[in-house]
Design a protein around this ligand. Structure first.
Ligand code: SF4
Length: 415
């Protein structure tokens, strides 16, 4: 396919895709799916080889959030039966982190529900970062605490944080349909604050909320402008008890096309499969490793993932290898920039775009902490668009398990 040859060439040279090219990837047929995966896989291997970076989530504070993100099981008014607890103590968080690191993770993601941290919360997290770094030499720590106020990113950086996650989640034009208590611009501002403080920015999206193909391309192009080092791709986990509980819009094939599009648009960026991996990709998870170079090990914030051992076996069986603590994740040109520095030459351009991280719920990683569902009007828009997402996803509520082990419980974590 000429399109795929063009996209591979662009990916290897870090040349920007056009919107039409990104939309074309999402519009490919199931007959062409393996060709799409093979093409995006060439780009993935060029920049990241066969390495898979493992990240480990520690939910520092769960539930009871005053914000109303529709996808999130921790939102205001959620009746999802998730664990609810206040801040873990530094030694408790460090113990949870150690389990993930022993399982092969090289980055620990410290996540807390809420609109954003108070200065006291930042002090608290600083103590937790210190405890984790003292116990685990070389560990990368990413914080995901919501919207940041002036000076907080700098304080987290000084405390030893390597990265900050805050997701854009969806397109600017539909953002108001999924959340009303803060804005898309708020999210952009926090990602920019993290960048400016010298933190490696992590910002991604949630797919499956009823959005159109245009929305997906919009949010990924906005992310490209923000120039994060890592882009978590969440697939909505439609939790019972949230407004998006009925939004089962994804198929494994659709998830693969979305990951391929993200890889082509952000070729040299750490693309991470986040929440919803097991629920929506199901037995197709190994194919997705040809597109993404990073996953979460074990459980998510409020839902359980497959056993950490199964994650490791899948990586080995698919012919990939777990990235070691002594290996640098990002390509040389990007790692040298200490964040996003050297991306101006191609691919990810400027940082003006803005987005945010932290949708604490798509069930997956940082960023969208829950992967909820979408709002009525977004779904309606999807059905009226010429490139609307077919509503063909199968409801697999049997695959959604609320997390009952690890942080905040007396049971051992899954790692
Ligand atoms: S995504 Fe974060 S801010 Fe939004 S409701 Fe969930 S915990 Fe609160």
């Amino acid at each position: 396919m000429d399109l795929l040859n063009t996209l591979v060439d662009k990916g290897l040279r870090r040349e920007p895709l056009s919107r039409a090219e990104a939309l074309a990837v999402l519009g490919t047929s199931d007959d062409d799916l393996l060709d799409v995966v093979a093409a995006a896989g060439k780009v993935r291997r060029h920049w990241f080889g066969r390495r898979v970076k493992l990240n480990y989530l520690v939910n520092l504070k769960s539930g009871l959030c005053p914000e109303d993100c529709s996808y999130c099981s921790q939102r205001l008014g959620s009746t999802a039966g998730i664990l609810k607890y206040t801040w873990l103590k530094p030694d408790e968080a460090s113990k949870a982190a150690a389990a993930g690191l022993a399982g092969g993770a090289k980055r620990v993601c410290l996540v807390a529900s809420g609109r954003g941290p108070t200065d006291r919360d930042v002090d608290r997290v600083a103590g937790t970062i210190k405890a984790i770094k003292e116990e685990n030499e070389g560990v990368e720590v990413c914080a995901c605490l919501g919207l940041l106020s002036d000076g907080q990113a700098e304080r987290l950086r000084e405390a030893g944080a390597d990265a900050y996650n805050h997701n854009l989640n969806t397109s600017e034009s539909t953002y108001g349909e999924i959340t009303t208590t803060h804005t898309y611009a708020d999210r952009v501002d926090t990602v920019q604050k993290a960048h400016a403080a010298g933190l490696s920015a992590c910002s991604g999206l949630i797919a499956g909320m009823g959005e159109t193909d245009e929305d997906l391309v919009d949010v990924v192009f906005s992310l490209r402008e923000l120039d994060p080092d890592s882009v978590p791709v969440n697939f909505l986990i439609p939790f019972e008890g949230t407004p998006l509980a009925k939004e089962w819009n994804l198929t494994p094939q659709r998830c693969l096309r979305i990951l391929a599009m993200v890889r082509f648009v952000c070729p040299d960026v750490e693309v991470r499969i986040a929440g919803g991996r097991e629920v929506h990709l199901r037995t197709m998870q190994p194919l997705a490793l040809h597109l993404a170079n990073s996953i979460f090990l074990g459980d998510y914030l409020t839902s359980e993932g497959q056993a950490g051992k199964a994650d490791l076996e899948m990586i080995a069986d698919a012919g990939f290898e777990v990235e070691g603590a002594d290996q640098v994740t990002l390509p040389e040109h990007r790692a040298a920039g200490g964040g996003c520095g050297s991306h101006e030459s191609a691919g990810c351009g400027t940082h003006e775009g803005g987005g945010g991280c932290g949708s604490h719920d798509s069930g997956g990683g940082c960023g969208s902490h829950e992967g909820g569902g979408v709002c009525g009007s977004a779904a309606a828009a999807a059905t009226s668009s010429s490139t609307a997402t077919p509503q063909t996803g199968e409801a697999r509520t049997d695959l959604v398990a609320v997390r009952r082990r690890g942080a905040g419980t007396d049971l051992a974590p899954n790692a």
